[in-house]
Design a binder for this molecule. Sequence first.
Ligand SMILES: [Cu+2]
Length: 108
Amino acid sequence: MKIRNFGHALAILALAFAGLVYAAQHEVGQKNKAFTVKHLKIKVGDTVAFTNLDPFFHNVYSLSQAKTFDLGSYPKGESKSVTFDKPGKVEVECAIHPQMHMVVEVVE
Ligand SMILES: [Cu+2]
């Protein structure tokens, strides 16, 4: 009985480890007042790094229910990351440049 429980615990550990391994990292730049990716499909638990490639500030944010965030304004070369922990459609915008828009689609 003890040995069987141990095997079960190992299986759970292996699953948890697999989850960590498969959480991916994605990159979305801000260049020429636009996002370098317009539509990004990712999995729950994945992280997206928003990197400013313009010689002026951007302020990336979202008011979507699946992920509400505000990265604040930051200059060229700086990157801030967001981990998407819920499924859904996340509309990403820039508070400084209203024409900037992209979508992160988070699936299970
Ligand atoms: Cu901007």
